[in-house]
Design a protein around this ligand. Structure first.
Ligand SMILES: [Ca+2]
Length: 271
């Protein structure tokens, strides 16, 4: 029963100019304003036909697709660009599948499963890097993926962080990561107070584009109610040519070696 709630209208829509809120209306090639139509409807899943969901706080955000870094083939690998989040969105934003769609609310990424994943922010969750990340829900039914540019027969490193969202999610937390024909599971095993750990999967590209993907190995729920879905958090995804990784490691090793030699020389001079 929801006697206090008036029955919602079965469907309503409104139109908006896509640039009106920016103060400078834009026009398409035809000279006409470009408009988008938004629609909300009640699918009628309630037992009581006089009940229905409440709709409030509608926001429209203009998305942009970040350019991949020069040494990282992943677009929006830090998940910092995504849908609008209200300041009081304590439950994050659920991202449903966008498979087959031209536009993704998580630029660069495809939610290719039937179940949604959760977009979380650092105001309400533990986020490994920056202010945004993705929490994988529903086991292998919550998959995010991206096609990245690669050179055939070249070795790459898929690096990312996996951690806990700090939402009382029951262990174990683990991610299955895919890169081309390689797949490997990574468990979140924190050391000390660490809320996330680095993970790395090396693969050899077979084509000019390689699919990278993630899903949670387990169907986790929160420990406080044992019913709300949760899972591991993924962030800071990078695909880097192994030669670049080796070069960086060589530079780091060279610097360490230089400082050790310098420290030894200074120690000998000073007696
Ligand atoms: Ca991030």
């Amino acid at each position: 029963m929801c006697r206090w709630a008036p029955a919602p209208r079965p469907r309503w829509t409104f139109r908006l100019c896509t640039a009106c809120w920016a103060g400078t209306p834009t026009r398409g090639r035809s000279g006409r304003r470009r408009r988008a139509e938004l629609g909300f409807g009640n699918p009628g899943m309630e037992d009581d036909p006089t009940c229905g969901p409440i709709l409030d706080n509608v926001a429209v955000k203009k998305l942009f697709t970040p350019e991949p870094a020069q040494d990282n083939a992943v677009t929006n690998g830090d998940f910092e660009e995504g849908p609008w989040m209200f300041a009081d969105a304590a439950l994050g934003v659920l991202l449903p599948t966008n498979l087959g769609q031209d536009v993704s609310s998580l630029p660069g990424w495809i939610v290719e499963s039937d179940r949604a994943v959760r977009y979380v922010d650092s105001d309400h969750y533990t986020v490994p890097q920056g202010k945004r990340a993705v929490e994988l829900l529903s086991g292998k039914e919550g998959v995010i993926s991206q096609m990245v540019a690669t050179a055939p027969e070249k070795q790459y490193s898929l690096a990312f962080t996996v951690g806990s969202a700090g939402d009382s999610c029951q262990a174990p937390l683990a991610v299955m990561a895919f890169a081309g024909d390689q797949a490997q599971n990574f468990h979140y095993s924190p050391a000390g107070n660490a809320t996330h750990v680095p993970a790395n999967l090396t693969f050899t590209a077979q084509a000019e584009r390689t699919r990278v993907a993630f899903y949670s190995i387990y169907y986790n729920t929160r420990s406080d109610d044992r019913s709300s879905l949760c899972g591991p958090v993924v962030d800071d995804v990078k695909v880097v040519a192994v030669s670049s990784v080796a070069g960086l490691a060589a530079v780091q090793f060279g610097l360490v070696k230089f400082f050790l030699v310098a420290f030894t020389v200074v120690s000998l001079v000073l007696g």
